[in-house]
Design a protein around this ligand. Structure first.
Ligand code: ADE
Length: 298
């Protein structure tokens, strides 16, 4: 059975993650500053280990108790997810003024969205073939990370190019579990309070019925492929309001094939955007599909 992937087997989880004292953490520079928190490059100098770089995720100084709780929950979720090459690795935690700090591996090429925008600017010098190969590889790596996440009964809920990070050797790693929850046996999460949601990545059932299953992540994966193939364009580029995007998705229309996208990759996107969630592929299936596309080009 080619869908039985050895690395999908659940291995020992990270349940015990080291808590470092603040004195062991040297601040280097700010990597990103968002609405809910900041990400800072730090060096951890601990007596028991070789000094290492990490990205430290913390709440803002004026954070609400809700923000603090969300970051604590994110840490607890990350502890429960076993390691995988295509998921950002948890390195430890710390506490500052009673607030949690999450230490994850530092990925020097930053997020995929900004990588794609940089790429757009000098892509004319490269051949289409090189680009499509690299992009197909990204798609394959992201599918592998999401396969791991889904097999462990996690939802991401905010899968998008800005939440994928790139290592120095250009390996995609899925990041930002702020919105993820352990779906448990029923494999479904429903919410009455959608809050601040990434509407351009959302499936019809998430947009209109607040229903979240792994099939919503699959829909978002299709949108992410579209982001990659457009060098980081905004999904539904001609629609400027939330209202317009909602109506577009409701009508059942899909996005067109991006200019530099081949038919096979567009077919994968279309499968992810099936109205009926059950008809969308699993992430394991998506890994196989992307593998076929990668092999086709060699
Ligand atoms: N930006 C946000 N998280 C990051 C990380 N882990 N590495 C590098 N840049 C980041």
């Amino acid at each position: 059975d080619r869908n039985a992937r050895p690395d999908a087997v659940v291995h020992k989880s990270n349940l015990r993650v080291r808590e470092y004292p603040m004195e062991a953490i040297d601040v280097k520079k700010t990597l990103g500053s968002g609405e809910f928190g900041d990400v800072i490059l730090v060096k951890v100098n601990d007596d028991d280990s070789v000094p290492f770089n990490a990205a430290a995720k913390k709440v803002k100084d004026n954070a609400s108790r809700e923000d603090v709780r969300a970051l604590k929950r994110e840490l607890e979720l990350m502890k429960q997810l076993p390691r995988h090459d295509n998921v950002v690795e948890l390195l430890g935690s710390s506490t500052y003024n009673g607030n949690p700090i999450i230490l994850v591996e530092y990925l020097s090429l930053g997020d995929l969205y900004n990588y794609l925008v940089r790429k757009r600017k000098n892509y004319i010098q490269k051949s289409d073939m090189t680009i499509s190969k690299e992009f197909a590889k990204f798609g394959w790596q992201i599918a592998r990370g999401m396969e791991h996440i889904s097999l462990n009964k996690f939802l991401h809920r905010d899968l998008a190019a800005r939440n994928v990070l790139l290592s120095a050797n250009k390996v995609c790693k899925i990041s930002d579990f702020g919105l993820s929850r352990d779906v448990g046996p029923k494999e479904m999460y429903s919410t009455k309070s959608p809050g601040r949601l990434p509407i351009r990545c959302m499936s019809p059932e998430a947009l209109f019925h607040n229903i979240y299953t792994t099939k919503n992540d699959v829909w978002a994966y299709g949108i992410l492929l579209w982001e990659i193939l457009t060098f980081g364009a905004t999904p539904y580029p001609r629609l400027t309001t939330v209202h317009d995007v909602r109506n577009h998705v409701k009508s059942g229309r899909l996005m067109d094939k991006p200019e530099h996208c081949d038919e096979d990759i567009y077919n994968v996107m279309q499968e992810c955007w099936k109205q009926n969630a059950e008809e969308r592929p699993t992430f394991s299936k998506l890994v196989s599909k992307m593998e076929v596309i990668l092999q086709r080009d060699t």
